[in-house]
Design a protein around this ligand. Structure first.
Ligand SMILES: Cc1cc2nc3c(=O)[nH]c(=O)nc-3n(C[C@H](O)[C@H](O)[C@H](O)COP(=O)(O)OP(=O)(O)OC[C@H]3O[C@@H](n4cnc5c(N)ncnc54)[C@H](O)[C@@H]3O)c2cc1C
Ligand code: SF4
Length: 325
C-alpha cells in the first residue's frame, strides 16, 4: 500500500472519448475501457452485476465483452461477494497466463487480496481497481423501495441508473425504467443515502477511507476538476484516476488513447472519503427504530420526502450551476 505523497503514484483527470460510453458510465468512463482491454487479451473481469428479478447486486466473473453492459455504472448498496472467492481462486489457479481484473469498493479489494494471501494464491495476475467510496446503503431499504414501486404500479423495473446524466454529471438523476416504458424516480432513496441515514454500520467506521489505497488503480469522480483544471471540465463526466502500482499504471497506459487525459497532482484528487469515513447522521438510529416499528413507507415520507424549500433550493442551485451530489 502506498500513501498519496508517494511520488510513484501518477494521477490523471480522464474523460472517455466515446460519448456513448461516457454517457452510460458514472464518471468519466474509465472502468469500461480497463475491462474491455483485459477481456480482449483473453483475461476475465470480476465486478458486480445487477439482478433485475430479485433487485440484488452480486459480483460475478465476466469472460466476454458482450456482458460488459450488465456492470455499468454505480449502484449505491452492497454487492454480495461471497461466491466470488472460490470462483476467482479456481480461475487464477487454472489460468496461469491470464489476467483477472477485480473492481469493487476498497473493502472488497482488501477482502479478495487477503483471501488469496491466506490461500497462498499468487496475486501476480490479479489487478485490483478500487473506487473512492462514500459507503453503501442498506440492501433492505433498497428492496423495500423497488418492491414498493413495482407493487404500487403493477409494473416491473427493467433498468436502473443512479447517475443518469440527462441533467449533467454534476446533477445526477436516479431513475428506474420499467417494462411498460414508464420512468420512476429513485430520488427518495438517494436522499436517504446522501443524508447518511442508511449506510451499513461498517461504513461509518471504514478503515479504508484513506489516501492509502487497496487498488492498483483508484477511480472516482473528479469533483475538484473545475478548480484544479477548469478547461478540462466536461458536463458529461470527468474521472480521477490514481495509478498506485506499476501493474496499475501499465494497464491504464495501455488504454490511454481511449481517453482525453490531463496529468494532475495526487492532492487534486483527494476527497473527504480519502481522509475520513462518512459521518453517521445523528438521526440514523431513530430512523431505524421507526423503520422497525412503523415501516418503510413511514420513514420514507418522514426522512426522504422533499419539502417545498428543498425543491426551490435545488431549482436555484441548478440555475446558478452549483448543484452537486
Ligand atoms: C457505493 C459507491 C460509492 C461511491 N462513492 C464515491 C465517492 O464518494 N467519490 C467518488 O469520487 N466516487 C465515488 N464512487 C465511484 C464513482 O461513482 C464511479 O463508480 C467511479 O468513478 C467509476 O466510474 P466509471 O465512469 O469509470 O465507470 P462505471 O461504468 O461507472 O463503472 C462502475 C464500476 O463500479 C462497479 N460497481 C457499481 N456499483 C458497485 C457497488 N455497489 N459495489 C462494488 N462495485 C460497484 C460496477 O460494476 C463497475 O465495474 C462511488 C461508487 C459506488 C459504487
Ligand atoms: S465505505 Fe468502506 S466499508 Fe463501506 S463499502 Fe466503502 S470501502 Fe467498504
Amino acid at each position: 500500500m502506498k500513501g498519496i505523497d508517494n511520488t510513484d503514484i501518477c494521477a490523471y483527470g480522464v474523460i472517455n472519448k466515446n460519448s456513448n460510453t461516457l454517457l452510460h458510465s458514472s464518471s468519466g468512463g474509465v472502468v469500461p475501457e480497463l475491462c474491455s482491454k483485459i477481456l480482449k487479451e483473453g483475461g476475465s473481469v470480476c465486478t458486480c452485476i445487477y439482478n433485475y428479478d430479485f433487485h440484488e447486486l452480486r459480483h460475478a466473473l465476466i469472460k466476454d465483452v458482450s456482458q460488459l453492459g450488465k456492470m455499468e455504472s454505480s449502484k449505491y448498496f452492497q454487492s454480495d461477494i461471497t461466491e466470488i472467492f472460490s470462483i476467482t481462486e479456481e480461475y487464477l489457479k487454472g489460468n496461469k497466463n491470464k489476467k483477472l481484473l477485480f473492481i469493487g469498493t476498497p473493502c472488497q479489494c482488501a477482502a479478495i487480496k487477503s483471501y488469496f494471501n491466506t490461500k497462498h494464491v499468487s496475486g501476480e495476475n490479479l489487478i485490483c481497481v478500487d473506487i473512492i467510496c462514500h459507503g453503501v446503503g442498506s440492501n433492505q431499504i433498497w428492496n423495500d423501495f423497488t418492491e414498493d414501486i413495482e407493487k404500487k404500479n403493477n409494473d416491473k423495473i427493467v433498468k436502473i441508473s443512479f447517475k443518469d446524466k440527462r441533467y449533467g454529471w454534476l446533477m445526477p438523476y436516479a431513475v428506474a425504467q420499467s417494462k411498460s416504458g414508464k420512468e420512476y424516480d429513485l430520488c427518495d432513496y438517494m436522499t436517504l443515502y446522501n443524508k447518511n441515514l442508511i449506510m451499513r454500520d461498517e461504513c461509518y467506521e471504514c478503515p479504508f477511507s484513506s489516501v492509502e489505497r487497496e487498488g492498483d488503480i483508484t477511480v472516482g469522480d473528479f469533483w475538484n476538476v473545475k478548480k484544479a483544471v477548469p478547461s478540462f471540465y466536461n458536463e458529461k463526466g470527468v474521472s480521477s484516476v490514481l495509478c498506485n502500482t506499476e501493474k496499475g499504471k501499465a494497464l491504464f497506459l495501455s488504454v490511454i488513447e481511449k481517453f482525453y487525459t490531463v496529468l494532475v497532482s495526487t492532492e487534486d484528487c483527494i476527497q473527504p472519503n480519502m481522509m475520513h469515513p462518512t459521518e453517521k447522521n445523528p438521526l440514523s438510529d431513530k430512523f431505524w427504530i421507526e423503520y422497525q416499528n412503523k415501516g418503510f413507507r413511514y420513514v420514507r415520507k418522514k426522512y426522504a420526502s422533499k419539502t417545498m424549500a428543498d425543491r426551490i433550493k435545488r431549482h436555484l442551485f441548478v440555475k446558478i450551476g452549483l448543484w452537486k451530489v
